[in-house]
Design a protein around this ligand. Structure first.
Ligand code: AMP
Ligand code: GLY
Length: 432
């Protein structure tokens, strides 16, 4: 009989709950552990109290519990070299090395890499001083985009429409240094106007499989108002992703990215998330992330019909070319239930009610904890992801929103327009 996998997932968000859910319904999987996990993973996997930064502790756990392979959710341990650490210890782990993770941990590395490898992207200038940035501003005019080089939890990208917005951005980067060393160097980029989509691929160093596409809703308020968040909802797939566009993205972006990294001595193994802006039908890379998106994973994985564990194991063996991936033709939507105040300061520890009444609904936990008395309380700004499925976007939206009225916790907020941008796009296409 074929051996069943014992898997460790690293992270504690909605993405990691979705990954754990996918593994636990997989007949190839024996047992799933999450370090540290959340209130949702507690009910289908075993949560382990080890910090995502305690690489030695994680290695000890993997050995004691005969883990076959480890899957990393968030970018921080990847950019801190968790994969190099596991590789050196001879333990299987799915993710890019620290060096390959620079695609996300350094925006300047990523831009210069794309330039070397002729991957389409907006024009950019690297600046390490206020004077250089002011010169670059003159080249681009407005609007333009200012990006801190290093990791800034999604907050290091500032779109400037006016001189005064640019001054504020410069003040944040160079004078007040709100992003610390991450903002010591910046890129200034041409602002691209178009439709955005995210592409998620599984890579084995040589080749890749596209899992699906998705569109995120980054702003906190409806109609894309207010500050950027980690993501307030998503849907998959996006109708922007026609077979023609996907084939351009593969040949212009994914193939040269993997080939370029291999040629430069840092072959890429892991999830690759390409943020693409489509301008007049042509793809440009806005950013790379070296992980799956959150909340995009919560819509991408429910549409994967074939085994996710087999797919990752095949990548680890560099045998991705032998795997058949089956993806549902349905649409998935997820709506994030968050706490009023997020992405700034917000209260914690509120009891969540109504989850049992929604047992029929696919709900992934993010910032939650299950207490010993089985109550579930909030521990983060993004709390739950309520997912809906349907044959098309409208029915998936209806399904996602149908249960939200049943769930209650103090200071709960959510966007009521998740997916509407996709519906508007479909209407425009019908009019064309
Ligand atoms: P990033 O963290 O690099 O994905 O940037 C956050 C968001 O800023 C993206 O999802 C885009 O909506 C926007 N953005 C970043 N760079 C550009 C650009 N060069 N042109 C237009 N929008 C951009
Ligand atoms: N939802 C955006 C991200 O995961 O980066």
């Amino acid at each position: 009989m074929k051996k069943k996998f014992r898997i460790l997932i690293i992270g504690s968000g909605g993405r990691e709950h979705a990954i754990a859910w996918s593994f636990t319904r997989d007949t190839n999987v024996e047992k799933v552990f999450c370090a540290p996990g959340n209130g949702g993973t507690a009910s289908l996997a075993e949560n382990v109290k080890i910090s995502i930064n305690d690489f030695d502790g994680l290695i000890r756990f993997v050995r004691q519990h005969n883990i076959d392979f480890t899957v990393v959710g968030p970018e921080l341990p990847l950019s801190a070299g968790i994969v190099d650490h596991f590789d050196a210890e001879g333990e299987l782990i799915f993710g890019p090395t620290q060096s390959a993770a620079r695609l996300e941990s350094s925006k300047i590395f990523a831009r210069e890499f794309m330039e070397r490898n002729h991957i389409p992207q907006p024009k950019f200038i690297v600046c390490d001083s206020l004077d250089a940035a002011r010169e670059a501003q003159k080249t681009f005019g407005f609007p333009l985009v200012v990006k801190a080089d290093g990791l800034a939890a999604g907050k290091g990208v500032i779109i400037c429409n006016t001189e005064s917005e640019f001054d504020t951005a410069m003040d944040q980067m160079f004078t007040r240094q709100v992003f610390g060393t991450a903002g010591e160097r910046i890129t200034i980029e041409k602002f691209l106007e178009g439709e955005e989509l995210s592409v998620f691929a599984v890579c084995d160093g040589d080749t890749f499989v596209v899992l699906n596409t998705a569109q995120d809703h980054k702003r906190i308020f409806e109609e894309d108002e207010g500050p950027n968040t980690g993501g307030m909802g998503a849907y998959s797939p996006t109708r922007l992703a026609t077979p023609e566009l996907m084939s351009r993205i593969e040949s212009l972006v994914l193939i040269p990215t993997l080939a370029g990294l291999k040629k430069e001595g840092t072959p890429y193994k892991g999830f690759l998330y390409a943020g693409i802006m489509v301008v007049n039908g042509e793809p440009y890379v806005i950013e790379y992330n070296v992980r799956l998106g959150d909340p995009e994973t919560q819509v991408v994985l429910p549409l994967l019909k074939s085994s996710f564990a087999e797919l990752i194991f095949a990548s680890l063996q560099q045998e991705l070319h032998n795997v058949n991936v089956e993806i549902s033709s349905d649409t998935a939507v997820t709506v994030v239930l968050a706490v009023d105040g997020y992405p700034g300061k917000y209260p914690k520890g509120m009891i969540i009610e109504g989850l049992e009444e929604c047992a029929h609904q696919l709900i992934f936990h993010a910032g939650t904890e299950r207490r010993s008395d089985q109550t579930v309380v909030t521990t983060g700004g993004r709390v739950l992801n309520v997912c809906g499925l349907g044959q098309d976007l409208s029915s998936a939206i209806r399904d996602a929103y149908s249960s939200i009225g049943t769930i209650r916790f103090d200071h709960m907020i959510y966007r009521r327009d998740i997916g509407q941008r996709g519906l508007r796009y479909l209407l425009r296409k019908q009019d064309d």
